[in-house]
Design a protein around this ligand. Structure first.
Ligand SMILES: Nc1nc2c(ncn2[C@@H]2O[C@H](COP(=O)(O)OP(=O)(O)O)[C@@H](O)[C@H]2O)c(=O)[nH]1
Ligand SMILES: [Mg+2]
Length: 363
């Protein structure tokens, strides 16, 4: 035992033998002390904290040798008290061991109340450590889940040909899908409603009625073999309603900001307003794209492509020109937004955080 063998059985038997040895008489207990026994017992306890037998035998030894003042101090010095307390906590349900432990501690000069207090403090500390460990594990697990979702949804390079519209009835039964809440913002008459019409129904109206409040439409898409549901919130362009729109930003996964290429005001004034409003109203950076609509009206153009591109680059927003009338870049615009959402760092966190149950559901 002097070289401290790492064999558990040997330790167990040695502790048993030492216990018998110290039990027989006081003189032997002093001899034992001369063999540097206290140190070895503590080592055995530390090295085999899960061995109930070793702990038990060691307590008994401490009861026997702890009667000497000198030994008491030595055991205390070598952290014996702490080890005994930890062991009592570990084998809480073993009444006999607990009794032995208390007795050993009382031989070391501790009062019952003191022992109980120490047990309480240690338990609290242990609970806190375990709580921290659990939190860390949970966080790591979540990080891994986010990473997996990210890989699942954005690993493959997205191509427009992998993107198709599907009818509600064609969504396979029992399939899981995620939804994207997207908001269309922009000045009056910028063509938001007609873009949605073109995208979903492939139709276009010259006499489009102004949207009152907010229109809601939804469509299922297949992107990279995965089904997603686009929830499209088409807002009114009336300026006096703008302050109400921010209520729709909450929980939005993506935003399309519109202007008309033939209307400088819609670009300079309206686009800026919405970008600022989005920044001011929501703490997270909602993925957004800039859309210059009515690109069929080239002759009346007031906003050049270069100017808009420069502005978009400055704000780090993807940009595309469209025509709802001539069906130019309509699918591409929605595809661009989806791509932007799938590449945004916060999206996957959001998937897990606040919407997991809402978004991954069975039809
Ligand atoms: N020339 C042209 N007109 C468009 C286009 N998109 C929409 N419009 C017209 O612009 C007007 C306003 O369209 P609407 O979709 O109601 O705009 P909203 O107020 O932004 O929803 C309507 O008369 C549409 O027919 C387009 O791409 N080209
Ligand atoms: Mg409208």
């Amino acid at each position: 035992m002097n070289n401290f063998p790492t064999n558990e059985i040997i330790q167990e038997n040695s502790c048993f033998a030492l216990r018998k040895f110290t039990e027989t008489n006081k003189k032997k207990s002093i001899q034992f002390e001369n063999l540097n026994g206290i140190d070895l017992i503590l080592k055995a306890m530390i090295n085999f904290p899960n061995n109930q037998q070793i702990q038990f035998q060691s307590f008994s030894i401490f009861i026997n040798i702890g009667k000497e003042k000198e030994n008491q101090n030595k055991i205390k010095e070598l952290f014996g008290i702490e080890i005994i307390i930890l062991s009592i906590i570990k084998f809480e349900n073993d009444k006999n061991l607990k009794k032995q432990g208390f007795k050993a501690l009382s031989n070391l000069g501790l009062k019952n109340k003191e022992i109980q207090n120490q047990i309480k403090t240690k338990k609290e500390y242990k609970r806190k450590i375990e709580e921290q460990k659990r939190k860390l594990e949970e966080e790591n697990k979540r990080k891994l889940q986010i990473q997996q979702l990210k890989e699942e949804y954005s690993s493959k390079e997205l191509k427009i040909k992998d993107f198709r519209k599907i009818k509600y009835g064609d969504v396979p039964k029992d399939s899981y899908y995620i939804y994207f809440k997207i908001i269309l913002l922009g000045g009056n008459n910028s063509g938001k409603t007609q873009i949605v019409n073109r995208f979903i129904f492939n139709s276009f109206r010259v006499d489009s009625a102004p949207t009152i409040g907010v229109d809601y439409k939804e469509i299922f898409l297949e992107v990279n073999g995965k089904i997603i549901k686009l929830q499209i919130w088409d807002t009114t362009g009336h300026e006096r309603s703008y302050p109400l729109l921010s209520a729709y930003y909450r929980g939005a996964d993506g935003v399309m900001i519109f202007y008309v290429i033939t209307n400088k005001y819609s670009f300079v004034n309206r686009v800026n307003y919405f970008i600022k409003d989005l920044e001011g109203q929501s703490d997270e950076n909602i993925p957004k794209i800039l859309i210059g609509n009515k690109c069929d009206l080239e002759k009346e153009r007031e906003v050049s492509k270069e100017e808009a591109q420069k502005f978009a680059d400055k704000h780090g927003i993807p940009f595309i020109e469209t025509s709802a009338k001539e069906n130019i870049n309509i699918d591409e615009a929605f595809f661009l937004l989806i791509k932007t959402i799938l590449q945004s760092p916060n999206f996957y966190e959001k998937l897990l955080n606040d919407k997991l149950e809402k978004i991954l559901f069975k039809k």
